[in-house]
Design a protein around this ligand. Structure first.
Ligand SMILES: Cc1cc2nc3c(=O)[nH]c(=O)nc-3n(C[C@H](O)[C@H](O)[C@H](O)COP(=O)(O)OP(=O)(O)OC[C@H]3O[C@@H](n4cnc5c(N)ncnc54)[C@H](O)[C@@H]3O)c2cc1C
Ligand code: FES
Ligand code: FES
Length: 480
């Protein structure tokens, strides 16, 4: 008998035998005829298809905005799926009212997705509803008519009008009591407990080894081969146990391979190990995509410009790969063998990423140059880890993406700097060595010469941020 995915859609429990790899967007519009969720780009870029996905965490349900055009239906098992229709009240909701009053909608195509994300912001106790909060919430939305100023004004209105709810201990209940969210939200935790069942390891009835596609967040896979997935045997990796969570074990952090970018950025251990992490994450994708995109997907898609890969390389990460009972560990710096070629068998699953705890005093930075701040992939990106002992370089890791067929650590640059006092002269020489180590090509992200220039500029940006007392940007240009 076909496996049925069981979840809550707005206020009702549904069970469906539609394929596990079918997009939630297609399910909503074509099976449920719920057309409030819009289909725009179908590539995660516009946000028109945004929905909220709620999961039980302890006694309460945490909601995250995600793009339903990259979301497999099989992921909904045991979850609460909220569409724009599920946020409707008898009258306009406070979010809708604020958008109308501030003139935040014209053609209206982007508006349902924006309403969903703004509600997601209100419901997320870890986020303030201020200018930074609304930038975060809008980072995954494109509006071609109205622009964003009026939406920022709408958020300011909401912040005033819902002040008491937003400062309450339990924001969600408080929003329901204030009639800013429908009453049925209060029933959802109990309903989710009732439908909870053992996770199944596969979709479409496929055993693991038969699966044609392993889906982690799906944010890369659906863009590449989305039309093939609904008819294929898929394995929803999130249904496998033990691939999530971050813990400290002896001298390293064990990071579950399916940790999403948002989970990584929000984790207190990671924030302590990588000061500035929150700022780095804002440069990567959008809130919705970061809620789905996983570290393992970033590593295994082997893009030369994977942002998390650039950070993880600089952190000297190792990969734990498993096939059946066999497990092996590969340093990330040795994993890539050529464009999209890796030291990995097709059936091996990346289970964990091991990050050595950075030495006390080690400094870490991430830089990215892209055409837009949010929702854009890098022309060139880079991570740097620098540990100085009495002014002498004790550890130095410098990763670059976008300047070769693979993302990589610049070994010769590191070898030169190790044990050297970090002077302006040494830094200048290191830049020359870096230039000899890279081999950029012309592509849609820029000409080879431009990428060479970026590699130099990013090196300088790292050093001036990590050692502001030692280096100023102008020193470098006077030195040249
Ligand atoms: C709109 C948009 C914006 C984006 N912006 C950025 C950006 O700014 N920076 C950036 O780096 N990337 C960006 N991406 C790309 C993408 O989100 C990331 O590369 C992400 O990390 C992919 O992870 P995923 O979990 O979604 O991977 P998936 O799509 O699920 O998988 C990617 C590949 O990895 C394989 N895989 C995943 N996990 C495992 C595992 N544990 N074991 C074995 N194989 C596995 C899958 O089978 C698949 O082949 C963007 C994507 C979109 C759609
Ligand atoms: S349709 Fe554009 S992000 Fe989903
Ligand atoms: S109102 Fe038309 S795209 Fe935003």
């Amino acid at each position: 008998m076909a496996y049925k995915t069981k979840f809550i859609l707005n206020e009702k429990v549904v069970e469906t035998d539609c394929p596990a790899g079918m997009l939630v967007l297609d399910y909503l519009r074509r099976q449920e005829y719920m057309t409030g969720t819009k289909e725009g780009c179908k590539e995660g870029d516009c946000g028109a298809c945004t929905v909220l996905v709620g999961s039980l965490e302890g006694e309460s349900v945490k909601y995250k905005p995600v793009t339903s055009c990259l979301l497999p239906l099989g992921e909904m098992e045991g979850k609460h799926l909220v569409t724009v229709e599920g946020l409707n009240l008898a009258e306009l909701s406070p979010v809708q009212k604020a958008i109308v009053e501030e003139g935040g909608t014209q053609c209206g195509f982007c508006t349902p997705g924006i309403v969903v994300s703004m509600n997601g912001l209100l419901m997320d106790e870890s986020k303030a509803v201020d200018l930074d909060g609304i930038k975060y919430a809008l980072s995954g939305h494109l509006c071609r008519c109205t622009g964003y100023r009026s939406l920022k004004n709408a958020a300011a209105l909401l912040s005033d009008r819902l002040e008491d709810c937003l400062s309450a201990d339990d924001r969600l209940s408080s929003l329901v009591t204030a009639e800013a969210l429908p009453q049925y939200f209060m029933e959802i935790p109990a309903m989710l407990r009732e439908i909870a069942r053992e996770p199944v390891n596969s979709g479409n009835g496929a055993g693991g080894s038969e699966a044609e596609y392993f889906i982690a967040g799906g944010t890369d896979l659906y863009v590449q081969v989305g039309e093939k997935i609904p008819d294929a045997q898929v394995r929803i990796l999130n249904s496998l146990p033990g691939l999530k969570g971050i813990s400290r074990v002896n001298g390293h952090y064990d990071v579950g391979a399916l940790t999403t970018f948002e989970e990584f950025g929000d984790n207190p251990d990671m924030q302590e190990a990588i000061p500035g992490l929150g700022g780095f994450m804002f440069l990567i994708a959008s809130w919705q995509v970061r809620n789905r995109a996983t570290l393992s997907g970033n590593i295994i898609n082997a893009s030369p410009i994977g942002d998390m890969t650039a950070i993880l390389l600089a952190l000297e990460s190792e990969l734990v790969l498993r096939e059946g009972d066999n497990e092996r560990i590969v340093p990330l710096k040795d994993f890539y063998q050529g464009y999209k070629q890796m030291d990995r068998q097709k059936s091996e699953i990346l289970t964990k990423i091991r990050i050595p705890v950075p030495a006390s005093g080690a400094k870490i930075n991430f830089e990215k140059v892209s055409k837009r701040t949010c929702l854009d992939i890098a022309s060139v990106n880079s991570g740097m880890l620098l540990h100085l002992e009495d002014g002498v370089v004790g550890n130095f890791q410098f990763s670059l993406g976008g300047v070769a067929p693979i993302p990589f650590l610049l070994r010769e640059t590191a070898q030169f700097l190790l044990g050297e006092p970090l002077t302006l002269e040494a830094a200048r020489k290191a830049i020359e060595i870096t230039q000899a180590e890279i081999a950029p090509i012309d592509d849609v992200r820029g000409k080879a010469d431009y990428k060479r220039l970026l590699a130099k500029q990013l090196f300088i940006a790292h050093l001036t941020k990590l050692c502001p007392e030692k280096f100023k940007v102008r020193d470098f240009y006077e030195a040249y």
